[in-house]
Design a protein around this ligand. Sequence first.
Ligand code: IVH
Length: 735
Amino acid sequence: MKAEHAQSRIAALRAEIGRHDELYYRKATPEITDFEYDVRKHELAELEGKFPQFASADSPTQKVGDDRAQGFVEVAHRQKMLSLDNTYNEVEVRAFHTRLTKLLEVEDLRYTVEPKIDGLAVSLTYEDGKLVRAVTRGKGDKGDDVTANVRTIQTLPHTLTGAAPRVVEIRGEIYLTAAEFERINAERAAAGEDLYANPRNLAAGTIKQLDTSEVAKRKLAIVLYSLGYCEPEAVASQSELHDQLRAWGLPVVEKIWPVRGIDAAWAAIGELDGLRRSFAYGTDGAVVKLDAMAQQRAVGATDKAPRWAIAYKFKPDTARTRLRAITIQVGKTGILSPVAELEPVLLAGSTISRATLHNEDEIRRKDIRVGDLVEIEKAGEVIPAVLKSFPEERVAGAAEFDLFALVGGKCPVCGSGIARLEVAAEEAQGVAWKCQNYDCRAQRTGRLGFFCSRRALAIDGLGETVAAKLVELEWVKDQPDLYDVTLASLATLNLGTTEELRIFGEKNATKIVAAREAAKALPLEKWLYALSVPDVGESTARELGRRHRNFVELADSTLLKAVLQKAELLAQREFEAPASRKNPAKSDEDKARRKELCARLDAEIAALDAGVLAGAPADIGPAVAASLLDFFAGEPGRRLLAKLRALGIDPQGTVAEAGVLTGKTFVLTGTLPTLKREEGEQKILAAGGKVSGSVSKKTSFVLAGADAGSKLEKAQALGVRVIDEAEFLKLVAGQ
Ligand code: IVH
């Protein structure tokens, strides 16, 4: 691989992994399996090894995932919480042993083999035997204080039994049993709410709830397996630790394997694999640890993970079954997604009859055809997926998958035309077919469900099932029509059939009415995102919400028009440049005239940049601007705004009033000692300042923290003033 190719692949992988880290650790809504994630991470680590010139302290291979959420107090760990190196193959487990024998100059090493629990890491501090604090892993050095929530875990003693150290950090994993996970999901299903994908996400989502009484309703469980800071020292080995934890009355794993040598460790991993499905918690691997603490200390740790432990991850469970049919689902943006309808098969404890097939290109690439024997995978995570087919066992005559032919060139829900287009929407990447009818029932349902989802207006209790019913009955066409549905009609809504009634009920209906009322007060950014305006994701909505007062101003946005105008000027500038390839100057006279014209265009562009566009975020480009203005000028957008007006709903932008930072533009870089990036940005905006993504001569201040990179260098080169967090806080305070 050429260096430049490697560089761009590294950048792409870092961006992709960064996105999945955010989804997994912060939002608890992963889109890919752990295995798929690990494959990407290994590829990145390998490339960084081969091309050390592109290594970076900012790379996801060098950091532990960040699970910090808004609304919690951050607390430093006394001893850093590290991650574990992981592998999927035996050779690397043996290489781990070889490494240790060399480092320690001892051949005969003792290990423990333990289950790797698929939960949420937490560190408990006990002082003189009393539980004083529970903190999530966070960034490794500091995490969120979730003490109140952890105290609701019934099996966790708040006082240790017997003699306890003065201070000890005890680490473990919070999880939900499969039974509890199913109980909660069944309850949600009955209330017509969306279901959680798996126990891990539900546990992570629960511990990050700000309302402790809600946490207490879900029976979280915990299991403890390791020590952080401990004073005075309590144990000399990992196996002793296990016994000590149990003696203190703490919940521990049902079995650990103390072994001598790597052959025995490998055998124990096999035994564990045979047993693990009977455990109360999900397991995704085995952890092999050096048993003697003295040896652990001797080999130490890297920034990210200890050298004395390795995680061997089990491959996700797979099964073989027949692909009966491929059906098509239509999402909120109209994208047609293929779904595998399978001969039901038992896999990882549940019966699977449907699986995702991603998109048409992938089905062709994997050569999957209706009638095929297929291999499916369920990784405890997300929805099961079809991995591959077995073309050699194919019955003759199975046709290659052709989505257009399957649906007869029409949307299977509304019968309108479909178009093939490039998409980068949340639910699909690449090329897809899309239903062209904004009023399609499936799109309406998708949009209504999204409108009510947690990330949008959080109208809890109104999930896909209820949304589908409301749209089917035509009580709701556009999302704000939800406000016209009366409490009485919601309460008597039948989600079942005429034979088997399933009445939504007064309690659920009341909840929705209260939630939709509360949503009226949400800011413009939330409403803009919730209304599924094409091309407007969460961050674009946030940026726009901070720059417009209301929908009326946004629909006729000066900022967006300026973005378009600048794009036009740039295109014209390129065309008129005397050396333009498409339009080279024909004579000296022409050249002189065009030089002058270009200078005028440059001045116009510069005026836009310094005026309306100053501090405008880079992700609002001409495509987004055009799409937004078109939407609000078109029929659907006009209809939505008229409806909101009629309902008296007028969400307000969070445009900052003049403040101490008015007229100042900031660029943030690196990690600040106490403020999270969003908190810093909020302070700037609240004080009337602007935040920009890149440093230029017009930048007033660069606020730099640890590991600041190229932005800091650029600031120094341009002579822009660089400040640290302490100075920044003084500025904000008006000093
Ligand atoms: S020991 C210094 N033991 O897996 C690291 N970790 O993927 C000490 N985990 O961060 C960790 N089961 O949150 C250890 N039996 C076990 C574990 C375990 C699950 C988690 C832990 C770790 C993560 C790494």
